[in-house]
Design a protein around this ligand. Structure first.
Ligand code: GLN
Length: 541
């Protein structure tokens, strides 16, 4: 079978679940026995997501091969249970950079290099390269933003060209939103009609329209959209709001979406393992028992709204670990600034079954986080520290147990007397040269676990590999001093030079990692550290 390409673009407005829809289309085709992968196209000039503020853009998802990508890549990995590499992520900046470099290398052989066709051709080359490298039967390509934006015209142009070149192998899905204005109480199709006429003017005719709305789409509206948008009624797919993203593939299959795609793209009919998957998903959806977990950090607020997207993989990892342990995990966002202003409030943490300090950068709120860590250590509250969370746990222990009152990370206080977390010479050089983009310690690094530790118990093996994104490291000068007072170095790099996990023994669960375990949690296979953290949290009185 020739590789099949499915483009997913958004109409009307963003933020209505294009990433989840893309992942779910991949999932239902995967369950029909096809190998599937997904590509994200982001329309901004940034070469990667690494240089963007997470409050604005959401989490920077790190791939195994160290790419700093959009959080949707995380959705694809979790849903499809595959590891995705940098080949599956592109931005306008990345595409232009290649074209300009090629021009400098005389690769266009004296031709005038133009936005069209050279930019869309580079987009197509990248899509095909990802298809080749992943050997996937189906490649789903999510185009960021919404149609009608000046920014994604060239990507739509690439999609149009691909349809022209491979008419039997390319399909278009438009994900739209149908508002139900309160005053009218009626679901409106007009914005979707406009969005379709917009893509039509780019030479694209959607094969499917996925209709996001508060409620399921009824038959009169399906018929109306069909007639006005040139899409057969059966290809207008209802996608009402759901409580849980696991319901999205279920709703798609209620509408027989995978069967319709298979027939449209002339794919062979195979037996589907969907029923088995759906059984597991429905079991998860029936979970009732709840526990509450606190996340202490920053990056939550955007104006008047709480936008926890900056920690989306952490949220999923907690949820997936909870469901595997038979509980729903309710997350509370605790702004660590609060504990800086009124330290006694830290006692509030006792209402949680466990707390997490996620990754972060810079000085805001860190003293508050350190107070929270101390509370968790002393009060035996299950604790998981992620990246900055481990660095701050090291500072806390150095100050409060090892009597190094002014211990700090050189990220915050470059002149500290006790630089227990510091920067390595290679990293220092990069910073001095202002080489910030894609230069942190990134991607998967091996780690060797010490037997008898909680980490070893969780992973049940000695050698693991986990994803990183940071510049600062544990300072080995202090290793012995901290070990004497009870800090356990549960994970080290194979050459023993880098501390990757710290733990305390006389505590129900206190584990902090220099890496980001959250990036490797998958829907039905939770991360071992999150799983055991939740297990300890359930046991907490
Ligand atoms: N700011 C810290 C560092 O750069 C931690 C980064 C993180 O938590 N991802 O090392």
């Amino acid at each position: 079978m020739a590789t099949k390409y499915i483009f997913v673009s958004g109409g009307v407005l963003s933020g209505v679940g294009k990433g989840v829809a893309t992942s779910s289309i991949g999932k239902i085709l995967q369950l029909r026995g096809f190998t599937a992968t997904a590509i994200k196209i982001d329309p901004y000039i940034n070469v990667d997501a690494g240089t963007m503020n997470p409050t604005e853009h959401g989490e920077v998802f790190v791939t195994e091969d160290g790419d700093e990508t959009d959080q949707d890549i995380g959705n694809y990995e979790r849903f499809l249970d595959v590891s995705i590499t940098r080949d599956n992520y592109m931005t306008t900046g990345r595409v232009y950079l290649t074209v300009i470099q090629n021009e400098r290398n005389l690769e266009y052989k004296g031709k005038c290099v133009e936005v069209v066709p050279h930019i869309p051709q580079e987009v197509i080359r990248r899509i095909k390269r990802a298809a080749r490298k992943t050997k996937a039967d189906v490649v789903i390509i999510e185009i960021g933003g919404t149609v009608g934006e000046y920014q994604n015209i060239l990507f739509l142009e690439a999609a149009r060209m691909m349809k022209y070149l491979y008419p039997n192998d390319v399909a278009f899905v438009m994900l739209s939103y149908l508002p139900i204005p309160k005053k009218l109480g009626e679901m409106k199709t007009k914005p979707t009609q406009h969005a379709v006429s917009q893509v039509n003017s780019a030479g694209i005719q959607p094969d499917f329209i996925i209709c996001r709305s508060e409620r399921p789409l009824d038959s009169p509206r399906k018929k109306k959209l069909s007639l006005f948008c040139n899409v057969p009624t059966q290809n207008i797919i209802s996608a009402p709001d759901v409580e849980d993203i696991l319901e999205v593939p279920i709703n798609f299959e209620k509408e027989k979406l995978s069967e319709k795609i298979v027939s449209l793209l002339h794919m062979p009919k195979k037996t589907s393992s969907y029923p088995k998957w759906a059984k597991q998903a429905k079991k998860y959806l029936r979970t009732k028992k709840k526990i509450s977990i606190g996340i202490v950090g920053k990056y939550f607020a955007s104006g008047d709204f709480i936008l926890p997207d900056a920690y989306i993989s952490v949220i999923h990892a907690i949820k997936e670990a909870g469901l595997a342990n038979g509980v729903i995990t309710e997350i509370d966002w605790i702004d660590s600034d609060a504990y800086e202003k009124s330290p006694s409030r830290v006692k509030e943490l006792d209402k949680y079954r466990g707390i997490i300090i996620p990754g972060g950068f810079g000085s805001r709120g860190i003293e508050g986080k350190i107070k929270a860590i101390r509370y968790a250590r002393e009060q035996k509250l299950p604790f998981l520290g992620l990246c900055y969370g481990m660095q701050l746990a090291t500072i806390e222990f150095s100050r409060n147990v090892c009597n190094m009152k002014s211990a700090n990370t050189t990220e915050i206080d470059p002149k500290t007397k006790y630089p227990v977390i510091h920067i390595m010479p290679e990293q220092e050089k990069l910073l001095a040269e202002k080489q910030y983009g894609n230069t942190m310690r990134l991607g998967s690094w091996p780690c060797v676990l010490r037997s008898g530790t909680k980490s070893f118990q969780a992973y049940k093996k000695r050698k693991i590999s986990e994803r990183h994104r940071h510049r600062y490291e544990f300072n080995n000068v202090y290793r012995e001093r901290l070990a004497k007072k009870g800090m356990v170095f549960a994970g080290l790099s194979p050459d023993k030079r880098l501390v990757e996990i710290i733990e305390y023994q006389d505590h129900p669960f206190f584990v902090a990692t220099q890496f980001h375990p959250e990036f490797q949690s998958r829907i039905f296979s939770p991360h071992p550290l999150f799983r055991d953290f939740i297990r300890a949290a359930i046991k907490k009185k």
